[in-house]
Write a protein that binds this ligand. Structure first.
Ligand code: ADP
Ligand code: ADP
Length: 237
């Protein structure tokens, strides 16, 4: 599904965000990336949909080198990739329903007239996805009326409505308290299992990673310093 071949990324100021990354991620895996702040987790995740562009190597997403992709290729690839952010990135003044429907492929307009543009099927899909994260009763609330955990569940429903092949979650629980963090991680894991969507999540805390990951990638200063199943994580790593 994803293949890093000797991928490096040097930021314009000389910081090495990624150093010689070589690994594959298979379809359906639930991968957690751990490491201290500044380790390169976010750079790793953002390279996969080219929010940042590696400076050397090749990076295949479904057999296509995204480092060689032009604008049209990139837009097509990005429709397959759902992003979840630490800060939820919802349109605050819009309703939960509009936010979730906006996950439908290719929509780039404002959210004001969205309910007129989208079909009944799309609205139904949005509603079903809100049900999957138990937040359907907030359908007509404004996004900014919801708690952090509720907003992150809405952003998961939005990503589901996009029908992605891959979910990238960049520190999805960093702004949430521990019980709420576990709730969000459980939904991500459940979706990975039920829908077989390959999922890559950045986390600060190794104990949370151990609880949910199939595979853990440890990063330090732009390098992969550990890569294996949870059972291989020892005190030293
Ligand atoms: P993490 O997600 O693990 O906190 P990041 O991927 O955000 O790590 O950052 C990796 C390194 O790259 C850090 O040293 C960070 O300061 C640096 N970095 C990130 N973004 C930029 C940028 N746009 N320009 C320069 N350096 C950056
Ligand atoms: P996060 O760790 O959640 O990705 P950061 O606070 O590290 O967020 O970074 C916020 C923004 O600043 C990002 O777009 C990142 O690329 C950029 N950034 C991070 N570190 C640096 C840096 N040393 N120099 C320039 N830009 C940076």
């Amino acid at each position: 599904m994803i293949e890093f071949n000797d991928v490096s990324l040097v930021y314009p100021n000389g910081t090495e965000g990624l150093k010689n990354i070589d690994l594959k991620i298979n379809e359906g895996e639930f991968v957690v990336i751990v490491g201290l702040s500044g380790a390169g987790k976010s750079t790793f995740i953002r390279s996969i949909n080219r929010l940042v562009t590696p400076t050397s190597g090749s990076l295949l997403v479904e057999d296509e080198d995204i480092l060689k992709a032009n604008g049209t290729d990139l837009r097509r690839l990005r429709t397959k990739i759902g992003m979840i952010f630490q800060s939820y990135n919802l349109v605050k003044r819009s309703t939960v329903l509009k936010n979730v429907i906006s996950g439908r492929l290719g929509y780039t307009g404002t959210l004001t007239s969205i309910l007129n543009i989208f079909s009944k099927e799309d609205k139904l899909l949005a509603y079903e996805n809100l049900k999957r994260v138990n937040i359907e009763e907030k359908l007509y609330n404004r996004a900014d009326e919801l708690s952090g955990g509720q907003q992150q569940r809405v952003s998961i429903a939005r990503v589901l409505t996009q029908k992605p092949k891959l979910i990238l979650a960049d520190e999805p629980v960093a702004s949430l308290d521990p019980p709420t963090s576990h709730q969000v991680m459980k939904y991500l894991k459940q979706i990975n299992r039920e829908d077989k969507i390959t999922t890559i999540v950045n986390l600060h805390f190794i104990d949370m990673a151990m609880e949910y990951a199939d595979r853990i990638i440890g990063m330090r200063a732009g390098e992969v310093v550990f890569d294996g199943p949870v059972s291989d994580v020892t005190e030293q790593t």
